[in-house]
Design a binder for this molecule. Structure first.
Ligand code: ATP
Length: 410
């Protein structure tokens, strides 16, 4: 706090009454000038004090108003859509989907990100950012405005890319085609196949190509991490997609919530069952020609409850298999695009040596080969680096088997 300025001393002069008249007059004039000086200083100080009082009064008014608003009104929940440069954000109120541009303080703007849930008052001023704990929804969903995956980043599954484009991209990009012909596009697309073959990539690539928001939820997390909240979160997932449409909902590991019904009736099973029923009812009430498309993925097709495969639900099944030799070569080329590759690296031969490798494993092979080059002080990756990397991966894999077997038999 600034200290008040000190009050100037009252000017004082002893004027000798015996002085000749002209000298006394001179002394009195000097005294008068001192008085005028002090008067000016005091009047400046008074102006300053009045300014300060005005500023304080404004501050008190503002705090009182904020206090009143907080006391008197309920707050509404909204989602931050966009944070602009000039301390403004766009929020969308839940329920009526009204989009509003609102100002925030420079302090608060740094804490806000698109996708955050906030509480706003009647005039849409943001009062609180709902933290992650209040907001399991934010934690359970991964929302990406524009995923950085293109179709050209996906190798070896051209046929699957074509099918997904037809079932997901076309209804979003050219809905009139379906209107004209008078058919509904597939409601949901189920990608199934071994881990690491590009299912998530495919879903992200369609979102990217169609400028749709990508909203991912992992089935396994719904049943393990957000126990008791599964069905609410599924409802939120669809609501979020409608708010942000065009959107692609991607439910990974759908088998975790859509397993075949077992005989056991534990409370955990009942909870999973409720989550699945919510998913089915969301899908049944869904506008097939709308701007939200649903993709799910599983590595355990055999375990799925057939109820989710009925027409109007996941009615387009696309198998994403492990890549064949040609596919592996393409994937190797994709993952070495930004690497400094020496002449003489034979991708076709490497593809032949990696039978049974998934796309994800081929990506690790490329990274491992790069590590060999670095270890040997080279900035170019040679064919031998790939061969060494392959050997290391196979060794690591076989020691994994030994250790897991050891653990199993303990
Ligand atoms: N067909 C592919 N082409 C290029 N890269 C691939 C391919 N498949 C997998 N990858 C690489 O592996 C990573 C993991 O792939 P992705 O997450 O799409 O697999 P997934 O099939 O969804 O696996 P999971 O079933 O384990 O979720 C990708 O980020 C990518 O780098």
């Amino acid at each position: 706090m600034s200290r008040s300025p000190s009050i100037p001393d009252r000017p004082h002069r002893d004027i000798d009454s015996d002085l000749p008249d002209d000298e006394r007059l001179e002394a009195l004039r000097g005294h008068y000038e001192d008085l005028v000086d002090v008067n000016e200083q005091l009047s400046d100080q008074l102006d300053d004090a009045e300014d300060r009082r005005e500023r304080l009064r404004e501050k008190v008014d503002r705090v009182e108003r904020e206090n009143e608003t907080l006391k008197s009104s309920s707050l509404y929940i909204a989602t931050v859509e966009d944070v602009l440069d000039n301390e403004e954000v766009i929020v969308k109120q839940h329920g009526n989907n009204q989009e509003v541009l609102t100002e925030v303080s420079s302090r608060a703007v740094d804490d806000l990100e698109p996708g955050d849930r906030v509480a706003v008052n009647d005039s849409f001023a943001i009062q609180t950012i709902l933290d992650a704990e209040t907001d399991a929804r934010a934690q359970s969903m991964e929302i990406t405005e524009k995923p950085a995956v293109a179709y050209t980043d996906i190798g070896g599954i051209d046929e699957q890319v074509r099918e997904v484009r037809e079932a997901v991209e076309q209804p979003l990009a050219e809905p009139e085609l379906f209107d004209e012909v008078g058919i509904d596009p597939p409601s949901g697309v189920l990608l199934y196949g071994p881990p690491g073959t590009g299912k998530t990539m495919l879903a992200k690539a369609v979102a990217n190509e169609t400028d749709a928001t990508f909203i991912k939820m992992a089935g396994s997390e719904l049943v393990r991490k957000f126990i008791g909240e599964g069905s609410r979160l599924v409802r939120d997932l669809f609501e979020m997609a409608r708010e942000r449409q065009p959107a692609i909902i991607f439910i990974d590991e759908i088998d975790a919530i859509a397993t075949r019904r077992t005989e056991s009736k534990t409370s955990g099973d009942a909870e999973v069952q409720r989550t699945m029923m919510q998913l089915l009812s969301e899908m049944d009430g869904f506008e097939a020609r709308g701007e939200v498309r649903i993709i799910a993925a599983t590595n355990r097709f055999d375990m799925l409850d057939r109820a989710i495969l009925r027409p109007g639900r996941f009615d387009r099944l696309i198998e994403v298999p492990e890549p064949d030799a040609e596919g592996r070569e393409q994937i190797l080329e994709i993952h070495t695009r930004n690497m400094n590759i020496a002449d003489g690296v034979d991708f076709a031969a490497l593809a032949g040596d990696t039978d049974g490798y998934s796309g994800a494993e081929i990506e690790s092979l490329a990274t491992e080969a790069g590590m060999f080059a670095i270890r040997n002080d080279r900035d170019e990756v040679s064919h031998q680096d790939f061969v060494d990397a392959l050997e290391k991966i196979e060794e690591d894999d076989s020691s994994d088997v030994v250790s897991s077997a050891g653990y199993f038999y303990q």
